[in-house]
Design a protein. Structure first.
Ligand code: COA
Length: 389
């Protein structure tokens, strides 16, 4: 008997500060419409020093975890490209912070923005052979390109947490998937750098080429065509990127269907537009955004395109489950976004520089202004100190 496997629950976290893209455009002498329309971003998460990928992941997972669920988790797969240690994984820190059982397999996965998709697919295969298992999959990142760089407008940060199980509440994953990799230098971050190196225009072209390729590969393996899809969600380093992806395939749909797919895209970019780039989590925030901002019927199929520079791309799909809205807390996400404070460009620039120093010295961080449940309080003896309220 085939087991239905997929995403059972989802949680999202982004810190309490944001920068308005109109303010950034004014400070950088750019037309605001370049950022708002040309790039497609309205707000960008600003990450205080008291949040890192571990605390953001814990804050996202806490949105749906209960003590009973925690006791059932058998594996933690943490996708990130802004990890905090080259040896010890963020998954171990997270498992400890969330008080998960010691009998848990915990590991970090890296392939640029593709890490969480690797986690999701590995989790799904794990559950297919162990149908009672539950896996916590994370996509958490801080997107940093640097002050006054071309990539600055595409920064952001946050975490998406997903629980993968049999008979999922949100999205049942179709077993067919299409993936492709090539050794390209479109975006990378050598271990000595805190900001990424990127050839943004080249990366856009590789992304679009990979999407065409894996979408074709997916269709070659199935009888499905664009007519079988109610929505496509994309990895969104900035929302214009997914819009360009969708435009590549829209001409193959009927006119009314083109309008439906475009409306679904608008829903799927709404939250990303207000948070910015999450790297590994961006595709999954987009999925959450679609499910939060558009009502879908059980059985409708969603196509997902994941892309991680360097590069790995994958196209896969899933069907929406009845009662999917119970799998996430939309009100909590609205509150998280609505209660954020707007910072000035000068404040953002100051916060951007306030990271833990690279020399390993002791530090005590002022956590008083950070309302999150899990926070980074500092570093002592070259060890990060975390705190749950
Ligand atoms: N009104 C509306 N649109 C405007 C505009 C205005 N006043 N001014 C410019 N634009 C449009 C441009 O036409 C362009 O649109 P297009 O891409 O559809 O042609 C868009 O805004 C961006 O302008 P551009 O001059 O290309 O911007 P840029 O040179 O500053 O670079 C990126 C933009 C996205 C390449 C850059 O921010 C970047 O490298 N980001 C990182 C991307 C990344 O992370 N890639 C790897 C992960 S997939």
């Amino acid at each position: 008997m085939t087991v239905t496997v997929g995403i059972d629950k989802m949680g999202f976290f982004t810190p309490n500060l944001y920068l308005d893209m109109r303010d950034l455009a004014a400070a950088r002498n750019e037309d605001p419409n370049k950022y708002l329309i040309g790039i497609g971003q309205s707000k960008q998460a600003v990450i205080p020093p008291t949040q890192d990928v571990v605390t953001m992941a814990a804050n996202a997972a806490e949105q749906f975890l209960t003590p009973a669920l925690k006791a059932e988790i058998g594996m933690v797969l943490f996708g990130t490209e802004s990890g905090i240690d080259n040896s010890k994984s963020t998954a171990i820190y997270l498992a400890h912070l969330l008080e998960l059982p010691a009998e848990t397999r915990a590991v970090e996965l890296k392939q640029a923005c593709y890490g969480a998709t690797a986690g999701l697919q590995l989790a799904a295969d794990f559950v297919r052979v162990r149908p009672t298992a539950k896996v916590l999959v994370i996509g958490a990142d801080i997107a940093r390109y640097g002050l006054r760089t071309a990539g600055e407008v595409t920064q952001g940060g946050g975490a998406v947490a997903m629980l993968v199980s049999a008979n999922p509440q949100i999205l049942a994953l179709d077993p067919v998937t299409s993936y492709h990799n090539e050794d390209v230098m479109d975006f990378w971050r050598p271990t000595y750098r805190t900001e990424a190196l990127v050839d943004g225009k080249y990366s856009t072209n590789v992304y679009l080429d990979f999407f065409k390729r894996v979408w074709r590969g997916y269709q070659d393996q199935t009888d499905l065509t664009i007519a079988d899809f109610s929505a496509f969600v994309f990895h969104l380093p900035f929302t214009k990127m997914g819009r360009k992806g969708l435009r590549q395939i829209l001409p193959s749909a009927t006119e009314p269907h083109q309008a439906e797919l475009t409306a679904a895209f608008e829903a799927s970019q709404a939250d990303n537009r207000n948070v910015g780039n999450l790297y590994t989590g961006a595709l999954y925030l987009s999925l959450l955004s679609l499910l939060r901002h558009q009502t879908m019927a059980a059985g409708e199929r969603i196509g997902l395109f994941s892309y991680g520079s360097g590069a790995e791309g994958e196209f896969f799909s899933g069907t929406v489950q009845a009662g999917y809205q119970q799998g996430f807390d939309s009100t909590a996400i609205d509150q998280l976004l609505d209660r954020r404070q707007r910072v000035t460009v000068a404040e953002y620039e100051d916060i951007f520089m306030q990271r833990l120093s690279g020399d390993g010295s002791d530090a005590h961080l002022a956590v008083g202004n950070d309302p999150a449940e899990y926070r980074l309080t500092g570093r002592q003896g070259e060890q990060r100190l975390y705190q749950k309220r």
